[in-house]
Write a protein that binds this ligand. Structure first.
Ligand code: FMN
Length: 207
C-alpha cells in the first residue's frame, strides 16, 4: 500500500558537490542499491588469472548484447582488471550467487598483479571457449566478453573507466536455463548494498 500524502513532503535536499569525494562515493553507492555483482576474470601479463568484483554493473545494449562495469582508479593508478582488459581485449563476467559471498569479498582485497585472487580464495576454474581468461566454476552463469569500448570519466583527480564488453558466449550451470528462461532460484544471485553489506534475493515479490 502507498504511504499517505501527508507523509510525502518531508525531504532533506543535498548538493553532492558539497560532499568530499569519499562521502560522495559512499552516498552514491549506498543509494543505488541493491546492485548485481560482476566477478570479472581477466589475464595479467604473466598469465596470472585475476578476479575482482564490480557492482557498478549494467546491461548497456541487447542487440548487440553489451554489458558494462565501472572501475575507479586507485591512488596508484588503474586497477589490475582495467589494465588487463585494455591490454588483452577480453574478460569473463562471472555472476555471483549467495554461496560465493565470502570469497567474493576476499577477491576485492588488494593483491599484487602477480598473485591470482582465484587461487588465494580457492575458486575452481574452467577454460573459456572464445576468450583467453578462464571462468569461475562456482559461478552459475558466466559471460565470455570481448572488449567493445572503454570510456573514461572523472574530474578533480578522480578517474573511472567504464569497460563495455560484447557477450560472445554464455555458460549456464545445470538447472539455470529452463528453455530460454533463467531459473532465479537456481541462480540465487547475491546483491550488494555497500561496504560489506549484501542482500539475498530469494524473497521475490510478484506484482
Ligand atoms: C561486492 C564488491 C563490489 C565492488 N564493486 C566495485 C565497482 O563497481 N567498482 C570499483 O572500482 N571497485 C569495486 N569494488 C572494489 C574492487 O573489487 C577492488 O578494488 C579490487 O581489489 C580490484 O581488483 P583488481 O585490482 O584486481 O582489479 C567492489 C568490491 C566488492 C567487494
Amino acid at each position: 500500500m502507498l504511504p499517505p500524502a501527508s507523509s510525502l513532503t518531508d525531504f532533506q535536499t543535498i548538493d553532492l558537490q558539497e560532499f568530499a569525494e569519499e562521502t560522495r562515493y559512499k552516498f552514491l553507492t549506498a543509494s543505488v542499491v541493491p546492485r548485481p555483482i560482476a566477478l570479472v576474470t581477466s589475464l595479467g601479463s604473466g598469465g596470472v588469472l585475476n578476479a575482482a568484483p564490480f557492482s557498478q554493473f549494467v546491461i548497456v545494449s541487447v542487440t548487440p548484447p553489451l554489458l558494462a562495469f565501472v572501475a575507479h582508479d586507485l591512488p596508484g593508478g588503474q586497477k589490475d582488471t582495467v589494465r588487463n582488459v585494455l591490454s588483452s581485449g577480453s574478460f569473463v563476467i562471472n555472476t555471483v550467487s549467495e554461496s560465493m559471498a565470502v570469497q567474493v569479498q576476499q577477491c576485492s582485497e588488494f593483491f599484487p598483479p602477480d598473485v591470482s585472487e582465484v587461487a588465494v580464495v580457492g575458486f575452481r576454474t574452467l577454460p573459456s571457449e572464445k576468450v583467453t581468461p578462464d571462468r569461475i566454476a562456482e559461478s552459475p552463469l558466466q559471460f565470455e566478453c570481448r572488449l567493445s569500448r572503454s570510456v573514461e570519466f572523472g574530474d578533480h583527480g578522480s578517474h573511472t573507466t567504464m569497460i563495455v564488453g560484447e557477450v560472445l558466449l554464455v555458460h549456464c550451470a545445470a538447472g539455470v536455463l529452463e528453455g530460454h528462461r533463467v531459473n532465479h532460484a537456481r541462480l540465487n544471485p547475491l546483491g550488494r548494498i555497500s561496504g560489506r553489506a549484501y542482500v539475498k534475493t530469494g524473497d521475490v515479490l510478484h506484482v
